[in-house]
Design a protein around this ligand. Sequence first.
Ligand code: PMP
Length: 406
Amino acid sequence: TPAIDWDAVRADFPLLQREVHGKPLIYFDNANTGQKPACVIEAVDGFYRRHNANVSRAVHQLGSEATDAYEASRKALARFLNVRAEELVLCSGTTFAINLVAYSWALPRLQPGDAILVSRMEHHANIVPWQLVAERTGAVVRVVEIRDDGTLDQDALQQAMTPDVKLLALTHVSNVLGTVNPVREICRDARRRGIVTVIDGSQAVPHRRVDVAAIGCDFYAFTGHKMCGPTGTGALWARREHLHAMPPFLGGGEMIREVAFEGTVYNDPPHRFEAGTPNIAGFVGLGAAVAYLERLGMEQVERREAELLAHLTEELQRIDGLRIFGTAPDKAAVVAFLVEGAHAHDLATLLDLEGVAIRSGQHCAHPLLKFYGVAATCRASPAFYNTHAEIEGFVSALRKVRTLLA
Ligand code: PMP
């Protein structure tokens, strides 16, 4: 494969040209949400300018163009993840996707005596829906612990997969530690024990090639806005047999075949789970994002981000009193850290004045921060369109603001 001109790639992202507080922006908050290339912005704009209509309803030309564009995005996403389009439910993002599994799959099935396993490193979106299900069914939520380096404790996981466990909810990649979990092996073990698996792919799909079929999970949730797509887009992939066995989550238009007061006939999956008017323009944008990522190649994206991560980690390790959380051998470009004597929010606030955008706080992962005994951390998460020069700019800004706090 020919070498990619990463400066040209960066130029595809209009927002990265702007300044913040009079300084060139260094956007290192990609784990939170990603920036959008011009082709995605133009796809959304073009949809509203030329094709806007509702989907799956009207016989007129615009209606069929909108429906075709929406379904083309479903197909593109399915190809990207190596799954069948009929098994992909389009929705507003990971949070919706996991709640759909919780309400439509877990709620009618789980009972007192059943257990749901989650890991210590989950995002709240992969904890709270299971707590809600547990409260209503009498099932319990159990935690699989991690090791100090931020990897999942595999022995603890093996021991935790007892016969009462019905479901395992696990993140593919941690949004704080960057840890990449060996989901393929884990899903195989779970399947052997009859445990249904829900994988949170929010931080994986944007950063590496994800072959959902090869992972062998039951459900795979992800979000569009971290993978160059618009906010309010995402999907749930589910095995066909699950989708056919699941009652609808939300009721309304689109999800029905026939409505009568004597009884309503639901549409087939995936439409059964897509009640109401979807974020059509958003999915047109997400289709463009998938095409963009495919043009770059996810292997190239992964390699580029690994280089940026190595550079960033090396630079940060040179700073006295800086502690990095999460040092897994297989790690995505997310670096959570603290600097001795400086509060995470103070650092992030002062860095903002230098034009640097990082996140500080708990990253929707309170139980994980509790494990490390800290109230908050900073988190820097570069993406493929960031540069080595920005890493140097960030680190020198960090050194500067640290002296202000000392
Ligand atoms: N899970 C993980 C691992 C995440 O990083 C995020 C986004 N921060 C979510 C779930 C939730 O995604 P969304 O807000 O798009 O629903």
